[in-house]
Design a protein around this ligand. Sequence first.
Ligand SMILES: *Cc1c(COP(=O)(O)O)cnc(C)c1O
Length: 237
Amino acid sequence: MEVAARLDEVRTRIARAAEACGRPPESVRLLAVSKTKPASAIREAYGAGQRDFGENYVQELEAKAAELADLPELRWHLIGHLQRNKAKHVVRVAAAVHSVDSARLAVELGHRAAAQPGDQRPESLGPRGRLAVLIEVNVGGEEQKAGCPPRSLGDVIEAVEAEPALWLCGLMTVPPHTDDPRGARPFFDQLVALRDEHGGAARLPELSMGMTHDLEVAIAAGATWVRVGTAIFGERR
Ligand SMILES: *Cc1c(COP(=O)(O)O)cnc(C)c1O
């Protein structure tokens, strides 16, 4: 199936899931996760109206951003684990980083973003010239997973807010895998509870949660961004 047709199916899934829980469909935004997929597939999705794309690896993000620099409204989101020594590369291309998981990383990103000349800052999800940041939380407490532990969330939030070149946008999580997507619900609920504990939607407006497998469950729990790869671009090798 073509990317455009798959994209349509995903939009329909999102709209149905939103309606099923009484939310306006436009309250859920779609991030198309294009990791490992060629620039041509991204171009196809862009042609079908998709504007936000997520990548996991900094090098791949940079290469695709260069290849697709002619698409003026395209916004790149970094969703994979970020090492501090790569922060300087990310601030050149990203509209948002969903995977900030420590105060040290927030400080480094803030400094790098501030050092980026104003006219060279990429399009932002938030106020002009400020890099939008979501804090990734490891709600499942899995050892091998990225994300800050819930008990450090307050410190990471404060570190992001202390950086004038960053804009605190919300929280992100990747729950432990369960074969039944409903198994993810307690983890999504936990992210919502953490948001409530730390200032609510006024301070943390966006919740990035839900992927191909469990986007309906995430939307029912309150997701405002779903990150979908496989359902749009097909299986990854
Ligand atoms: C790969 C990835 C996705 C997309 O997963 P699919 O199951 O292909 O929809 C979403 N979020 C993160 C953090 C990812 O690494």
